[in-house]
Design a protein around this ligand. Structure first.
Ligand SMILES: [Zn+2]
Length: 289
């Protein structure tokens, strides 16, 4: 007898097959990911039930207020106390989602990963085309002289880390509330979105600016949503899968390819290389005037 679980799994397999087909027929895929991509690496997200915003902050302030520019400027000590306890996961390892996206990139099909995460797990997995919209905890700089510091500098100090050259406050290169995103990153993200032929949105409830507005740059109807909870784009998306991002991507992007796929991928990689070369030459000519 068919049970509800069988029906659910049938629906799930069917959706993963659809996603596989969409990936097969696409050549310039963009992945837009949120904090749900990192939860399977043991990093809590922000907004879910046991997310960072719902955890006890350990301070007299709400977590959501602590990670703002004004709070950092007024209470750097409290900021760093919270930051070290809640936002740094130096031992986290990439999960199935990160690894599947690396396979996609190696096939020549992925033109960019746009991430809201600050944990560098995409790069750790081996992705080269990552746009870190909100920066990275692995990069830090002195607010006075600009000297750059690695994450270790923050991990190996207590209280507010100060610059060993000028004594200024060292801050992480992450975008706090009330701060603007880096223009070149937003531009790169929009450029990739405009050129993509499939957008996979994963592990985000699509409530954080600017990712929430990115779908307006898509000129096609091929948007896939993979998220445990619902998003405002669920009904208009080509395909919506409410499931684990790691499981779904792992199944939709298999490790083994057929000989036909390998041949097709090789052609695509050659085409991408030719396109990149042409773009570089065009940029050079422009530079020369
Ligand atoms: Zn300095």
């Amino acid at each position: 007898m068919e049970t509800r679980l069988d029906r659910y799994q049938g629906a799930r397999e069917n959706k993963i097959r659809q996603l596989k087909d969409l990936i097969e027929e696409s050549e310039r895929i963009v992945f837009l990911g949120g904090d749900g991509v990192s939860t399977e690496s043991g990093i809590p997200d922000f907004r879910s039930g046991d997310g960072i915003y719902n955890q006890e902050s350990g301070l007299a302030y709400r977590a959501v207020d602590v990670i703002s520019h004004s709070f950092f400027m007024e209470h750097p000590e409290d900021f760093y106390d919270f930051y070290r306890r809640k936002l740094l996961y130096p031992d986290a390892k990439p999960n199935k989602a990160h690894k599947a996206l690396v396979r996609l990139e190696k096939r020549g099909k992925l033109s960019a990963i746009i991430t809201q995460n600050i944990d560098k797990l995409h790069q750790d997995a081996g992705s080269k085309k990552t746009i870190e919209l909100h920066g990275s905890v692995f990069r830090n700089h002195c607010m006075d002289c600009g000297k750059k510091f690695r994450l270790d500098y923050n991990l190996n100090t207590t209280g507010v880390p100060h610059c060993d050259r000028c004594g200024g406050i060292v801050r992480p290169d992450i975008t706090l509330y009330e701060e603007n995103l880096e223009h070149d990153k937003v531009d790169a993200a929009i450029k990739a979105l405009k050129k993509c032929d499939l957008l996979i949105i994963g592990g985000t409830s699509l409530t954080v600016y600017p990712a929430a507005t990115f779908s307006q740059f898509i000129k096609h109807d091929k948007v896939v949503i993979i998220n445990k909870s619902s998003t405002y784009l669920d009904l208009s998306a080509k395909l919506t899968i409410h499931d684990s991002i790691g499981d779904v991507l792992d199944m939709a992007i298999p490790r083994r390819r057929t000989p036909e796929q390998i041949k097709k991928d090789e052609k695509l990689i050659a085409k991408n290389a030719a396109r990149e070369k042409a773009a570089m030459e065009k940029a050079k000519l422009k530079e020369k005037g």
